[in-house]
Structures are given as C-alpha cells and as structure tokens.
Write a protein that binds this ligand. Structure first.
Ligand SMILES: NC(=O)c1ccc[n+]([C@@H]2O[C@H](COP(=O)([O-])OP(=O)(O)OC[C@H]3O[C@@H](n4cnc5c(N)ncnc54)[C@H](OP(=O)(O)O)[C@@H]3O)[C@@H](O)[C@H]2O)c1
Length: 287
C-alpha cells in the first residue's frame, strides 16, 4: 500500500509537532513545513527518530510571505506530486503586540500569516491534492470565536494596520479560515477534494513561546493554562481528519477537540460574503 502524504505547516512546535509525531507513528509520509530552518530540521529529526519512520521531511515555509509560499509549493509539487492531506496549522497570535505591521507584500502580518498564506498554498497545491481522490484540506480555527459572535471578517480592514488589535486580527483570520473551509466544500466535488476544519480550544503553549506580558495578564494566562489541553491531546484530531477513512468523504465539516461535529457561525455560510472574501483575497495576493 502506498504511503499517505501529509503536509503540515508550523510543525516544529505545539500541536503541529505533536501531530507530526503521531502521523509518523501511523506510517504516513510527513512533510513538516516550518519557517525556521534550524527549528524545522531539528523537529524533523526528532519525529524521524521517535517514530522510526524514515519518511519525514522538512521544507521551509513562511506563510506570511507570498514568495515563500510560492517557492515552497513549487518544492512540494516537484517532490510529492500526489498529496493526501494539507493541514494549515501554522499561525501567529501575540497578545502583547500593540501595533500592527506590514509584510514585505504590504499586508498586515497576522492576516498574511494566518489566512492569505494558507489560502495561497491551498490554491497552488489543489491539483496535487485532487490527484489523491480525494485530497483533504484541514483548516485550523479557534474555539475562541465562540466569544466573538459579532465579529465580521472585513477583509480590507484585516489587511490594514489601522486600529490594530491582536485579538481582532487573530479572530478575523480564524473566521476567514472557516469561510475558506466552506468555500472549498462548495467549489469542489468531494470525490476530488474535501475540506474540514478544527475548532481548537485552549491548548498549552511551550513556556518559551509565551509573549512578554504584564504581571496581571501573566496571572490570567497561567490560570487559563491550568484548564488547557496538552498538544498531544489535541493532535489525534488532526491525525484522524488526515488519515481515517471515516473522514474521507465528509466535507464542509467543523469538529471540536472530541471529533464531534459542531455548527460553525452562520456567517461563514453566507454566499455573498464568501464570494466577496474570495475576490478580495485574490486582489490582496495580486493574482
Ligand atoms: N494553543 C491554543 O490555545 C490554541 C487555541 C486555538 C487555536 N489554536 C491554533 O492551533 C494551531 C497551533 O497552535 P499551537 O498552540 O501549537 O501554537 P505554537 O506552538 O505557537 O505553534 C505555532 C506554529 O506556527 C508557526 N508559525 C508562526 N508563524 C509562522 C509563519 N509566518 N510561517 C510559518 N510558520 C509559522 C510557528 O513557527 P515558529 O516556531 O517559527 O514561530 C509554530 O511552529 C494554530 O493555528 C493556532 O491558532 C491554538
């Protein structure tokens, strides 16, 4: 039987790293797409050695950069022309950030990293995904959206650094990823491509990745951490969606940490808004 090829972004830490270990232990070919060569290669070696699976690879990818996404997609396509699953795990969320900043492409950084880059990577890998009949695209969103019922994506505002707030920037990008899941489900025959999304709850982040916070914020953060899942407890959801037969013909579905189907916010199904998001996304990426 041929190996299943799974591309996972932001795979050098947290849930992405835990999922890479578990995917490799299940015998998949795991392509760990990470922005930092040293961290990525060292995580890749760790996964290879713990799983005794030699089919684990590192590729360099900075999702905030159009040039990096395009280069990475080219490398992936030349090495693995058939892709079974693409997991959009990489994301940035720095609650200590007080000002927005623009990427080299002139777009707000959180929006570029968490939404535009993953959107473009999907687009560039579509044919290779469809070749596995069906390829699976797995979008990682956040359960924190439950606390933001009135938030809209507003893609033009999301791409700008005016009135920046790290929370709004992050949750807009995570709402856009859910809309992406539903749009892919609408646009593709599920025999070619299925799209699934995960609503991640609070999960522990490595202490060295916690941003510098005020003493009060640090206390709140540490309290929240007590109730958070370990990355290893969340990773099986990624693995099931990427590899299990139970998910091979489900599409446009959002699941929680127990692999239970949950109803996404109604606005992600809104056809006009989704079409508008697609149009503006292509404009922002200058496609
Ligand atoms: N932890 C939570 O409580 C929580 C809650 C809801 C949703 N989520 C979502 O779950 C996913 C995994 O989060 P986590 O908790 O495992 O966080 P994490 O440990 O901070 O991992 C994030 C990963 O994304 C990578 N990344 C960040 N910016 C990138 C860029 N521009 N290009 C490529 N990679 C980039 C990081 O790489 P570097 O090492 O280079 O920084 C890191 O490998 C994210 O999508 C997150 O939004 C997490």
């Amino acid at each position: 039987m041929s190996l299943k090829t799974v591309i996972i972004t932001g795979a050098n830490s947290g849930i992405g790293l835990a999922a890479s270990h578990q995917l490799a232990a299940r015998g998949a070919r795991v392509v760990m797409a990470c922005r930092n060569k040293e961290r990525g290669e060292s995580a890749c070696e760790a996964v290879k050695s713990s799983s005794h699976n030699p089919h684990v690879y590192f590729v360099e990818l900075d999702t905030s950069s159009k040039a990096s996404v395009t280069r990475c997609a080219g490398e992936i396509l030349s090495r693995w022309p058939v892709i079974d699953a693409l997991i959009h795990n990489a994301a940035t969320f720095d609650i200590s950030q007080t000002k927005g900043h623009l990427t080299e492409d002139g777009v707000e950084y959180v929006w570029a990293t968490n939404y535009l880059g993953p959107w473009l990577l999907t687009r560039l890998l579509l044919e290779a995904l469809s070749a596995s009949k069906p390829g699976r695209v797995i979008d990682i969103s956040s359960k924190g959206l439950l606390a933001k019922p009135f938030l809209s994506i507003e893609p033009n505002k999301a791409a700008s650094v005016e009135d920046f707030s790290p929370q709004t920037a992050y949750y807009r990008s995570k709402l856009a990823m859910l809309t992406h899941t539903m749009t892919l489900a609408r646009e593709h025959d599920p025999r070619d491509l299925v799209s699934l999304a995960v609503w991640v709850p609070a999960v522990k982040v490595a202490p060295d990745r916690i941003p510098p916070l005020s003493p009060l914020m640090k206390k709140i953060y540490m309290l929240k951490r007590r109730f958070a899942l370990e990355p290893e407890e969340m990773a099986p959801v990624y693995v099931a969606l990427a590899l299990d037969d139970a998910w091979k013909d489900r599409t446009g579905v959002l699941v929680d940490e127990h692999l239970r189907e949950v109803k996404p916010p109604g606005k992600v199904f809104h056809m006009d808004a989704a079409l508008e998001l697609e149009r503006i996304t292509q404009e922002q990426l200058q496609l």
